[in-house]
Design a protein around this ligand. Structure first.
Ligand SMILES: C[S@@+](CC[C@H](N)C(=O)[O-])C[C@H]1O[C@@H](n2cnc3c(N)ncnc32)[C@H](O)[C@@H]1O
Length: 468
């Protein structure tokens, strides 16, 4: 039997916040669903690899249960040994073809398939949607990401050239080497028309930064198919599933047109935006076709959510929030709400916690709705627990300490990945709740003085790495 390419060249997996039950539930609630509570739900991840996304969810949500499946045996075995080391009893990974998952696996409130749909042949794609239909609970939501048109045409062109360039070798390492060499040559070429050259350079520079796993499996893979949104939605419909929306809900709105952007046929509107934005990747959410949805969403729904944003004032007086979205400071009330969110970020605030900044619930609804549909702020339904202050004996999460001992990447309580340098890794491991700040500094010896240790610990708190 041919070796599984994902055993041959490993594909590192990381926490993906946009696949978290909190996000899926928030979008579901926005469109009138009644999704299962984040703290007590069942989650299935298809194509989970080594569990870099699923295991941190299971660690943080001990009363929810998690199952992952992936065809590649080695990443799954690695993930299972992490699960054992951490003593987690609410998560299991199976090395299995997704098409073997049937109704006997039970019903899931959330199903996640990130980076799978575009990279498998048609039979497996259909199988993936069939699993979603067979295993989604009545209020269940599935996340299926895929490469899309029209923006995907640029990558498609580069992929085709790369595949041609490496066609004479089967060896994985050599294919990666030749592809990198080819991309480097393209970057140096001055023969492309100027306007095309800018687009090419943007893409090529991004690809050259990818790790080997991403280059090999994303663009050099035998399958990497792009779809228009309507093609995906039609495939979902064949499996009695309907398009619910995007896991990044602001992607469904044209901020210049506010709510008008969603009136009428949502699919038409979002696809029209695909054309306006040259979108090349979708993080689509689907639910059972028979579930009726509320498409007349309104600012008045905002009291049902929590909100987060990394908002901070910039030198020019504007306030920058998530995804680089900026608001002017001219509107003092909106600014006060935004800055209040920035104060506690990455943790969210409830609607009621924000009322005092405006004094008027109706006005607050409008402000928060505008912040959410522009992508300045995220919507949540769940309050991520973490320690905001640095105690005398600070404790990084057990998961972060475990990860820091093995890699530069650790997971935050908000399900994000943070990259640490060598000293940061040692600091996280030493902050295990048994040492005072001074003892941590002493253990680091000459490498770090106490005041730097204190600021390092404050930084950890600000990244939601500490536990109470
Ligand atoms: C591009 S990787 C994405 C991994 C991970 N979800 C992420 O986004 O980082 C695709 C994954 O799908 C898995 N896969 C491919 N075909 C599969 C199948 N028929 N059944 C289960 N898993 C499959 C691969 O082994 C691989 O781990």
């Amino acid at each position: 039997m041919a070796a599984n390419p994902y055993d041959l060249v490993r594909y590192p997996t990381f926490p993906q916040f946009q696949t978290h039950p909190d996000r899926l539930a928030a979008v579901g609630r926005l469109f009138g669903m009644n999704p299962a509570p984040v703290e007590a739900c069942r989650v299935l991840e298809i194509g989970c690899g080594s569990g870099g996304n699923l295991i941190p969810m299971a660690y943080a949500l001990p009363h929810s249960s998690f199952m992952g499946v992936d065809l590649a045996a080695e990443p799954v075995a690695d993930g299972m040994s992490t699960i054992q080391d951490l003593g987690l009893e609410n998560v299991v990974l199976h090395s299995r073809d997704l098409r073997e998952v049937g109704p006997e696996a039970g019903q899931f409130d959330y199903i996640v398939a990130h980076g799978v749909y575009s990279w498998v042949h048609e039979e497996v794609r259909e199988g993936l949607l069939a699993v979603c239909r067979a295993c989604l609970a009545p209020e269940g939501i599935a996340y299926v990401s895929f490469n899309s048109f029209p923006g995907g045409h640029v990558r498609q062109m580069l992929r085709e050239m790369m595949l041609h360039h490496v066609r004479n070798t089967e060896d994985a390492a050599e294919r990666i080497r030749q592809a990198r060499e080819f991309l480097g040559t393209l970057l140096e070429s001055h023969h492309w028309p100027k306007a095309w050259g800018e687009m090419r350079d943007h893409e090529v520079k991004a690809m050259l930064k990818w790790n080997d796993g991403s280059l090999y499996h994303d663009e050099l893979a035998p399958f990497n198919q792009r779809f228009y949104l309507h093609e995906f939605a039609a495939a979902a419909q064949r499996h009695q599933l309907q398009y619910l929306g995007e896991a990044e809900p602001h992607e469904m709105f044209d901020p210049s047109r506010g709510m008008d952007g969603l009136a009428g046929d949502v699919l038409e509107r979002v696809e029209h935006l695909d054309f306006l934005k040259a979108r090349r990747f979708h993080q689509a959410l689907v639910c059972r076709a028979e579930r009726s949805l509320n498409r007349s969403i309104a600012a008045q729904q905002m009291p049902g959510f929590l909100f987060s944003s990394c908002a901070r004032r910039e030198d020019d007086g504007k306030i920058a929030g998530l995804r680089g979205v900026r608001i002017t400071a001219a509107d003092e009330v909106s600014s006060a709400v935004a800055l209040a969110l920035g104060e506690v970020y990455p943790l969210p605030l409830t609607f009621n916690e924000l009322v005092p900044y405006v004094g008027n619930e109706e006005a607050l609804c409008e402000i928060l709705f505008a912040l959410a549909i522009t992508g300045f702020a995220d919507l949540h339904v769940y309050h991520f627990p973490c320690e905001e202050r640095v105690s005398d004996r600070p404790r990084a999460s057990r998961l972060a300490r475990y990860q820091a001992a093995r890699s530069p990447f650790v997971t935050t309580a908000r399900h994000g990945a943070v990259e640490l340098d060598e000293i940061g890794r040692r600091l996280v491991q030493l902050a295990d709740g048994t040492r005072t700040q001074a003892e941590i500094a002493a253990a680091l010896g000459a490498e770090m003085e106490l005041d730097r240790v204190v600021s390092g610990l404050k930084w950890m708190a600000s990244r939601a790495l500490l536990e109470g």
